[in-house]
Design a binder for this molecule. Structure first.
Ligand code: NAD
Length: 257
């Protein structure tokens, strides 16, 4: 599945799933733009290592996805935008009546509104190029709910709705918009939840992984960032040209239950 000649922007891609997708896009021959809000030497080194490993152009562009202007500037600065992967995301866990407003606002801004702003900036470029692919990283929590993740679940349900709307607005153009719904993937975002969960349930790390996290995942295995990247490459390939407005679950059976 060759993506040669295409440029892919992956938001929030200096770690975890975004970085995995950047590698798989580059492996398929796309030029990649990786992003975060940090602008560290490590971020630029990551872009360099992707370029060297896959023999493609790879750049790092700083943009804070909580800020509408920076979301749009990311797409403008990148130049081409054939493929847009909206992946940046954060998480906070608390009951609704104790959920800090600033956390709610940040999660909605980064996990949902950023995708609206980048999509708005990318569509004119895709139309001018006569080809485009939008892949939004939602979650099993975009299709199901669980307690204490209200903002995350609202944002992920929202991004599924945004994906379907973008698909309908581009249905008669060579542009598609789809969402990937991962189950649990062992990234820094999930690692950060383990210590609190260990405390809450008085369990060791292995038991938290098995009995709390993978309990909902019938495969009893984490999905990998490479598997997420491969799914994104497929959605950007010609084979997927008629797939639009849908969600693909990469969740070991979670949403089949
Ligand atoms: P991660 O913490 O490794 O990655 C999150 C990325 O978002 C990082 O690159 C970080 O720099 C970036 N980011 C955070 N705030 C940002 C901001 N303000 N501006 C720009 N970038 C910002 O976590 P991950 O698990 O790889 O998460 C990636 C996406 O996958 C998220 O949208 C997450 O909701 C989704 N997801 C993850 C899982 C999982 O189990 N790991 C499951 C379902 C969905």
């Amino acid at each position: 599945m060759s993506l040669q000649g295409k440029t892919a922007i992956i938001t929030g891609s200096n770690s975890g799933i975004g970085l995995g997708i950047a590698h798989e896009m580059a492996r398929a021959g796309a030029s990649v733009v990786i992003n975060s809000f940090t602008d560290s030497d490590e971020d630029h080194a990551l872009a360099k290592s992707i370029a060297e490993e896959h023999g493609v152009e790879a750049r790092y562009i700083k943009a804070d996805m909580s800020k509408p202007d920076e979301c749009r500037a990311l797409v403008e600065t990148a130049g081409r935008c054939d493929i847009l992967i909206n992946n940046a995301g954060i998480q906070h866990v608390a009951p609704i009546d104790q959920f800090p407003t600033e956390k709610w606002d940040a999660i909605i801004a980064i996990n949902l509104s950023s995708a609206f702003h980048t999509t708005a900036a990318a569509l004119p470029k895709m139309r001018a190029a006569g080809w485009g692919r939008i892949v939004n990283i939602a979650s099993a929590h975009g299709l199901t709910a669980s307690p204490y993740k209200s903002a995350y679940i609202a944002a992920k349900h929202g991004i599924v709705g945004l994906t379907k709307t973008a698909a309908l607005e581009t249905a008669q153009e060579p542009i598609t918009a789809n969402a990937i719904c991962p189950g649990y993937v062992l990234t820094p975002l999930v690692e950060a939840q383990i210590p609190d969960t260990m405390k809450e349930y008085d369990m060791d790390r292995e038991t938290v992984i098995k009995e709390v996290m993978l309990k909902r995942q019938p495969s009893k295995e984490f999905a990998t960032v490479e598997q997420l990247g491969g799914t994104a490459v497929f959605l950007c390939s010609d084979a997927a040209a008629q797939i639009t407005g849908t969600t693909i679950s990469v969740d070991g059976g979670w949403t089949a239950l």
